[in-house]
Design a protein around this ligand. Structure first.
Ligand SMILES: Cc1cc2nc3c(=O)[nH]c(=O)nc-3n(C[C@H](O)[C@H](O)[C@H](O)COP(=O)(O)OP(=O)(O)OC[C@H]3O[C@@H](n4cnc5c(N)ncnc54)[C@H](O)[C@@H]3O)c2cc1C
Length: 372
């Protein structure tokens, strides 16, 4: 039994742990929060993940997610285009989904340490992970699945950490009157807001905005009133819904910059390896897919090298597999991000999509993967 330690118990960490555990690895996850908890996320997941989840004996239908089969995109001025989602997806809160995966991981023998990883040292082919409670844990294989940006990135001197991160995210759960099968992306100046049904007759309403919108208006309600509600679809949603949280979930410092996949010999996956713009609605599927990829790469490597760890080959193989699977999707995401969140450009983009409906489907295809 080889030991693998994973820092971060989000989708990438939990799914890679479940997959490695099936291959008889001893798996330890270090997670700084206690489940269940809310996360800023639009909570739409592409159906491409279903075969892999099934292979892990996970039955997502137990959680009664919504079924999403149509996409709508509205421009800042309120022009709207509808398109079928060929592959489709489902809506489930991260509160429920991550908690379910956590419970399954515990049942299958994954060990959880609830603490914050504060530093990682690498010496004589072994990692020492320091924890906030001043203890430490050692391993020869370390996966970094700790999300888009963390204190550790600074400690590890990852270059993206020092670049600007101009976006923030805000999430609510609401009760509202809205189609069950639709995910709707509504543009506003400097951002966009997604709405879709999740479990228990609730809806997720989540937006990404340039941080300067908040700076300009001082607080979230004022920013929403002055900026988001200029889009008629959002105005209708905000004025005709019951908001279920006392205050929204928020995150700052969101960046879509390229990141290193392997740094200080740590293998990164999920958002820690690269984050696709939320507009593409594929971050969760990519996190899960990279969990699968990293687990398979480690397993194959140790099998073929008869338990001998050749770190250089392992790192190169993972790098190659990851680039092949995700690099072009991230690039398309960065391009599409530029088309939205601006009055004139979003209006032109929506008009174009209305005139050429097949373009919308092509755009979705480019940003999503195939079932895996
Ligand atoms: C506004 C917004 C909307 C989005 N909407 C969608 C959507 O609708 N559909 C979609 O597919 N994707 C969406 N995404 C993207 C999606 O949320 C992410 O891609 C996905 O959550 C990445 O999963 P992950 O496991 O890599 O990271 P996370 O889910 O962020 O998990 C990282 C984990 O690491 C833990 N952690 C961090 N630092 C430490 C540390 N030092 N020690 C221990 N633990 C640590 C955190 O507590 C966390 O649990 C959205 C993103 C944003 C910002």
């Amino acid at each position: 039994m080889s030991k693998v330690v994973i820092i971060g118990g989000g989708l990438a960490g939990l799914t890679s742990a479940l997959a490695l555990n099936r291959q008889e690895f001893e798996v330890v996850i270090i997670e700084k929060k206690q489940y269940p908890f809310h996360r800023v996320c639009g909570e739409y997941i592409s159906n491409e993940v279903l075969p892999f989840l099934k292979s892990l004996d996970l039955n997502i239908q137990e959680l009664e997610p919504s079924k999403l089969s149509r996409l709508a995109v509205s421009s800042v001025a309120g022009k709207i285009v509808y398109a079928p989602l060929d592959l489709g997806g489902f809506g489930i809160s991260r509160y429920t989904f991550d908690h379910y995966l956590y419970q399954k991981a515990v049942q299958s023998g994954v060990v959880f340490i609830f603490d914050k990883a504060t530093d990682v040292l690498f010496d004589e082919n072994e990692f020492e992970i320091k924890l906030a409670n001043h203890s430490s844990i050692n391993t020869s294989i370390l996966i970094g699945a700790y999300g888009k940006r963390a204190n550790l990135d600074q400690k590890l001197n990852r270059s993206f950490f020092y670049n600007r991160s101009p976006y923030m995210g805000v999430k609510y759960h609401i009760k509202t009157d809205f189609p069950n099968d639709l995910i709707q992306l509504n543009n506003f100046e400097g951002g966009y807001c997604g709405v879709c049904k999740i479990e228990d007759d609730k809806y997720s309403l989540c937006y990404l905005t340039e941080t300067k919108n908040l700076k300009k208006h001082g607080n979230i309600p004022e920013m929403e009133e002055q900026i988001l509600l200029k889009n008629v679809h959002l105005k209708h949603m905000f004025k005709n819904s019951e908001f279920l949280f006392n205050k929204p979930e928020t995150i700052n410092e969101i960046t879509f910059e390229r990141k290193s996949l392997v740094d200080n010999h740590i293998l990164f996956c999920g958002d820690a390896a690269g984050m696709i713009t939320p507009l593409c609605g594929n971050g969760m599927a990519m996190a899960i897919h990279s969990g699968k990829l990293i687990a398979e790469t480690i397993t194959d490597h140790l099998k073929t090298d008869s338990e001998l760890l050749n770190r250089e080959i392992l790192e190169k193989t993972y790098h190659h597999q990851w680039e092949k699977q995700f690099a072009s999707r991230l690039k398309t995401g960065r391009f599409i991000q530029k088309l939205f969140g601006n009055n004139t450009v979003s209006d032109m983009a929506v008009s174009l999509l209305k005139t050429f409906p097949s373009l919308t489907q092509r755009m979705v295809k480019k940003t999503h993967g195939k079932p895996f």
